[in-house]
Design a protein around this ligand. Sequence first.
Ligand SMILES: *[C@@H]1O[C@H](CO)[C@@H](O)[C@H](O)[C@H]1NC(C)=O
Ligand SMILES: *[C@@H]1O[C@H](CO)[C@@H](O)[C@H](O)[C@H]1NC(C)=O
Ligand SMILES: *[C@@H]1O[C@H](CO)[C@@H](O)[C@H](O)[C@H]1NC(C)=O
Ligand SMILES: *[C@@H]1O[C@H](CO)[C@@H](O)[C@H](O)[C@H]1NC(C)=O
Ligand SMILES: *[C@@H]1O[C@H](CO)[C@@H](O)[C@H](O)[C@H]1NC(C)=O
Ligand SMILES: *[C@@H]1O[C@H](CO)[C@@H](O)[C@H](O)[C@H]1NC(C)=O
Length: 342
Amino acid sequence: MAEYICVLNKDGLIIKPPKKTPVFLRMIVLVFAMVCGVYICSICLKQISTHRKFNIHNIQVIDRPFPADYPKHLQISCEHFPVPETFSRAECEHNPVRYFAILSMQRSGSGWFETLLNSHVNVSSNGEIFSVLDRRRNASSIIKTLDKVYNLDFYTSASKNECSAAVGFKWMLNQGVMVHHKEIVEYFNRRGVAAIFLFRRNLLRRMVSVMANSYDRHAKLLNGTHKSHVHSVEEAETLSKYKPTIDSTLLIENLKEVEATAAKALEYFNSTRHIVLYYEDLVKNRTILKDVQKFLRVPLMELTSRQVKIHKGPLRDHVENWEDVNKTLIGTSYESFLRADY
Ligand SMILES: *[C@@H]1O[C@H](CO)[C@@H](O)[C@H](O)[C@H]1NC(C)=O
Ligand SMILES: *[C@@H]1O[C@H](CO)[C@@H](O)[C@H](O)[C@H]1NC(C)=O
Ligand SMILES: *[C@@H]1O[C@H](CO)[C@@H](O)[C@H](O)[C@H]1NC(C)=O
Ligand SMILES: *[C@@H]1O[C@H](CO)[C@@H](O)[C@H](O)[C@H]1NC(C)=O
Ligand SMILES: *[C@@H]1O[C@H](CO)[C@@H](O)[C@H](O)[C@H]1NC(C)=O
Ligand SMILES: *[C@@H]1O[C@H](CO)[C@@H](O)[C@H](O)[C@H]1NC(C)=O
């Protein structure tokens, strides 16, 4: 077969004058070979170019999948075949499972992001499991909880069980991540857990959301129930009617602190395989969700969420003492937070 193709190619190059063999047949075979060649070349080029684009993009918006100096043996270990104690993986026991954790801060879009992930038939993100104090009391209780999650034995409504191809949860930085970072990074690197950082660029908007959510815990604006996330425009409008008053004397200090915590977390986890996402980018550009699925190495799917954004439009409409806040931030590095609306 190979020989046959070689001969054909030679013929094609030299272009001998046709002999007795049916010219028409020869031409068909020749054209076929050429079309095949062009097709293979175009596939190669496409792969090279998408690969390159992805890398460039990684450097700009998200991080490289692996740091350059990342040990080779750890790069392979992101594929797992857990054997749960509580059920059998049945038909999917030979499918690899990836481990991840969404590292974020309150009111940074992680609830919304998680519903998007969980709309994937093969992704199980088990929610904010470390909001329970007992699970994060010390490093060993954290590790015990992590073992259970990644062995697929941690059961929540998000669990896809047998056919999970990626399993994880969301973890707020103030829920033991920063305090026990050494043990957690060691665990992530040993067991091949990938970190998905989700931050918010506009920390002033985040602050408004934190204050409004905290107010609603007691005010219970939606017919006497507190909701952190809503599924209708009416509910969003009701919740956004409350305008917090921001203490402008502590404002800069507070923004700095949040910024520093995010930077520190990235530094702690910089030896871990990770991706950095920003809420604002996700809101504007859903193709980033494809990058996330590639990062998790799960089949690509359209992801959906029913959640509705609560605070829309200019921030000045959502803050009681806007003049004050405006005056405080003008001329500082946080000035852009005043303007961005989405
Ligand atoms: C860690 O906390 C758990 C309770 O959450 C406790 O039972 C255990 O003794 C603690 N371990 C250490 C090493 O302090
Ligand atoms: C994803 O889930 C579907 C349905 O449960 C299953 O058939 C498929 O094998 C899973 N894919 C992977 C990669 O695990
Ligand atoms: C809350 O009350 C409003 C009217 O007062 C009603 O339209 C809405 O359906 C109620 N929502 C729930 C969740 O009960
Ligand atoms: C990780 O952080 C350390 C300490 O800040 C720094 O020296 C190192 O260059 C960082 N590594 C990567 C891959 O960013
Ligand atoms: C959206 O994100 C994709 C991939 O993450 C990127 O290639 C593209 O340039 C972005 N589009 C815009 C309009 O920012
Ligand atoms: C902030 O105040 C300045 C000066 O008073 C004004 O020009 C500007 O429009 C205000 N910015 C916002 C976003 O309200």
